[in-house]
Design a protein around this ligand. Structure first.
Ligand SMILES: *Cc1c(COP(=O)(O)O)cnc(C)c1O
Length: 296
């Protein structure tokens, strides 16, 4: 299996520490490693012929799955949203990287992609990709949550509040299940929409959590100059890079929460850095096209 590197929390100031989970593996980053771990183990144990999963053009999950497949020598298939992207493999850092890891990229129309959880559609895909182990978009399933339950360790019991970025909700569900009932887990959704709460409830075994929905910056993968400035300042100050889709929005929200007092001054806070740094290059290409400030 893939090896996890041991990491220590980094203290940012008297109140706030950061868990650099993005450093647990050189290519299979952060929470995507956690979510893949038991899924890959199962696929290998049960002799599946490959891994098939889904994602968009800049997906951290696609990049992580491709890298993991290369290292474990198991074939991977990425079903990618958007047929037009087939001509952009070489100009898109994520797709180029996934391909260089040996991932087979299967481009489908946006309407076909919408059927990504439909059993009939999956059956059809598995006719082409026989005996492949299917992992849903974003990597969230029961085994993924089991993996995310391992993010927090006993050493983290001293924190009052644990913060993470939220996409599909799998990571926060694992954190909730792995936390003490006296701790509070605060999730910062990176996208608009209220369906996330129900998804978290499906998997969470405790109710010591809440969502702070004020810091999606307009929606998934949307950024503005305030956020980019914040990321660059954060990197200059702490020498820690943030990703523009998830961790930057979480960290911005934490700083605002501390400043406003919504996060009490006496509360000890742990922010989980879930990774996603492969997304910086793709975001910078888009910022450059729009003549906007880039991520350093
Ligand atoms: C995918 C991702 C998330 C969101 O994880 P979910 O389990 O989908 O909520 C958070 N941070 C980073 C860096 C990610 O890549």
């Amino acid at each position: 299996m893939l090896k996890i590197k041991t990491i220590e929390n980094i203290r940012l100031n008297s109140q706030l520490a950061l868990k650099p989970d993005y450093l647990i593996h050189p290519t299979v980053s952060g929470n995507k490693f956690r979510k893949l771990k038991y899924n890959l183990e199962t696929a290998l144990l049960e002799n599946y012929k490959g891994i098939l999963t889904f994602g968009g053009a800049y997906s951290n999950h696609i990049a992580a799955t491709a890298a993991a497949g290369q290292e474990l020598k198991i074939p991977t298939v990425g079903v990618i949203r958007g047929e037009e992207l087939i001509s952009q493999i070489d100009s898109n850092p994520t797709l180029r990287y996934a391909k260089s890891c040996g991932m087979h990229l299967e481009f489908v129309s946006r309407s076909a992609y919408k059927s990504k959880t439909d059993p009939v559609y999956l059956e059809q895909l598995l006719i082409t990709f026989k005996d492949h182990y299917v992992i849903p978009e974003g990597g969230t399933n029961e085994l993924a949550i089991k993996g995310c339950e391992e993010i927090l360790t006993e050493k983290d019991h001293s924190f009052d509040i644990i913060c993470c970025a939220v996409g599909t909700g799998g990571t926060i569900a694992g954190l909730i299940n792995g936390s003490l009932p006296t701790q509070k887990i605060i999730g910062f959704p990176a996208l608009k929409g209220h369906f996330i709460k129900q998804d978290i409830c499906k998997f969470a075994t405790q109710s010591n959590w809440e969502l702070c929905e004020d810091y999606h910056f307009g929606g998934y993968a949307k950024v503005d100059s305030k956020l980019i400035n914040f990321m660059n300042e954060f990197k200059s100050t702490y020498n820690i890079p943030l990703d523009p889709v998830y961790t930057a929005k979480m960290m911005y929200g934490i700083f605002e929460g501390i400043r406003s007092g919504e996060i009490p001054k006496r509360a000890k806070v742990l922010a989980i850095h879930t990774g996603g740094l492969q997304g910086i290059d793709g975001m910078n290409l888009r910022l450059k096209q729009k003549n906007l400030e880039e991520i350093i």
